[in-house]
Design a protein around this ligand. Sequence first.
Ligand SMILES: Nc1ncnc2c1ncn2[C@@H]1O[C@H](COP(=O)(O)OP(=O)(O)OP(=O)(O)O)[C@@H](O)[C@H]1O
Ligand SMILES: Nc1nc2c(ncn2[C@@H]2O[C@H](COP(=O)(O)O)[C@@H](O)[C@H]2O)c(=O)[nH]1
Length: 221
Amino acid sequence: MVQTAPVPETAGKLARRGLMFILSSPSGAGKTTIARMLLEADPHICNSVSCTTRPPRPGEVDGVDYHFVSPAQFERMVEDGDFLEWATVFGYSYGTPKAQVKAGLKDGQDYLFDIDWQGTQQLYQKLERDVVRVFLLPPSIDELRRRLTGRGTDSAEVIHGRMERARSEISHWDGYDYVVVNDDIESCFGQVTQILHAERLRRARQTGLIGFVRELMQPEA
Ligand SMILES: Nc1ncnc2c1ncn2[C@@H]1O[C@H](COP(=O)(O)OP(=O)(O)OP(=O)(O)O)[C@@H](O)[C@H]1O
Ligand SMILES: Nc1nc2c(ncn2[C@@H]2O[C@H](COP(=O)(O)O)[C@@H](O)[C@H]2O)c(=O)[nH]1
């Protein structure tokens, strides 16, 4: 019979640093939909709730979808250095509050960010090793327009503005680690989930590995 070494106690639950999982796309390509599916399916990732000066859409809840703040409040937060990143998108201000994220990462908490390319660049400059950047593309420009219209949350003028901006947003595709086409929602969700799972396994995130490997390498008694 082959004798196997006893499995060290830490095996299977090594300490890990959390990651910052960023989803970006042109407006309407489906990042909010994929983000909601991920948050529902995976208890180990939580949403980074942004602040915005944009008014709430029907059904959006303050503190859940966004922290809805006035332009003056937003300005004060910028001055106080409360944001990890912030940007102006479609004429409104959006920003990622610093407070919870930095401490949570150390404890192995993963965070999901639904932010644009400007915010992605800022987070990457600050916390490169923690950031995973995923860009979603629509299967076609016509389908993007259909999705924005079908969502039924924006006026024709707003949709026109978002379509105008879509091409310049798509031009940032090569600033991302992964690009996924959101054609079939389940298949897109499957691919995004695979990326998240693989990124969690990166050696650099396994902070418990050093101790574990040392234990494995102890000379025979
Ligand atoms: N694969 C898909 N097939 C068909 N419809 C989709 C798909 N993915 C998302 N949708 C629909 O497209 C619309 C836009 O999706 P969503 O709101 O998730 O986009 P978004 O990228 O978050 O947009 P924004 O940046 O404006 O918030 C929604 O009505 C959503 O249900
Ligand atoms: N740089 C940041 N961009 C953000 C943030 N929160 C959202 N966004 C992006 O804004 C647009 C519009 O969003 P919508 O909800 O008004 O449709 C979209 O591209 C989001 O990804 C943020 O904190 N920082």
